[in-house]
Design a protein around this ligand. Structure first.
Ligand SMILES: C[S@@+](CC[C@H](N)C(=O)[O-])C[C@H]1O[C@@H](n2cnc3c(N)ncnc32)[C@H](O)[C@@H]1O
Length: 201
């Protein structure tokens, strides 16, 4: 465990040095807490970066397997290196590419999904995943309140307006669709936790 903790610290330092966004401490605690409670068997992570949250999830649920997607080759290579060093290569499938393209080809079913890639694409990701979610699957989505702008009626800088609009559409969907039971936690940059129930109309 000490070795695993050292790998996580190494990734935190690497992320800080290279300006790579990884989940913050409060979000990480919540993510792991939900994973421990739900004990998923098949996790899907959208947005691997350098494998920090991947390693957190694998440690939180030692029986789980994970499929994780990253578009940036350098980050994907770093994640692969760290997952091998963690001795977790047999439990992890690391896909390199655009999640928007890859999701439709995944097999599933997944009982835990962590959305943490392009924030403006969350609804698109979710719609592509609907037939790959098991009954009772949990979806955790990070940064859903994006700098407080998603729930605010105040000024949003022009270059973030589309992203904020799309996050609002994502939240509206998971709040209104009866198949989802959703809680939005105002921690970090905002974390949505949804439970999916198949068959509810
Ligand atoms: C916030 S970081 C992920 C952090 C990681 N989940 C963690 O907490 O350790 C988001 C990542 O999503 C990747 N990404 C952005 N758009 C993507 C896409 N369309 N498909 C796959 N990955 C994407 C970025 O390259 C970036 O590394």
């Amino acid at each position: 465990m000490e070795y695993y903790t050292a790998l996580l610290r190494e990734l935190e330092d690497y992320a800080a040095c290279c300006g790579i966004p990884i989940i913050g401490r409060a979000g990480a605690e919540l993510l792991c807490q939900v994973a421990v409670e739900r004990q998923p068997k098949q996790i899907l992570e959208v947005g691997t970066a350098i494998g920090y949250s991947t390693l957190l999830l694998l440690a939180a649920v030692p029986e789980a397997r994970i499929v994780t997607i990253e578009i940036n080759r350098q980050r994907w290579e770093k994640a692969r290196e760290m997952i091998i060093r963690a001795g977790a290569a047999e439990r992890a499938t690391l896909l390199l590419g655009d999640a928007g393209m890859l999701l439709s080809n995944l097999d599933g079913p997944f009982d835990f999904v962590f959305l943490d890639a392009a924030k403006g694409q969350y609804l698109d990701y979710l719609l592509k995943l609907l037939d790959k979610l098991s009954d009772g699957a949990v979806i955790v989505a990070d940064n859903v309140l994006f700098r407080g702008w998603v729930h605010s009626e105040g000024f949003v800088p022009r270059r973030y307006r589309t992203l904020v609009k799309r996050l609002r559409e994502f939240l509206a969907f998971i709040t209104a669709d009866p198949r989802f039971t959703t809680t939005v936690c105002d921690i970090g940059d905002g974390v949505a936790i949804c439970t999916f129930r198949r068959g509810i109309r």
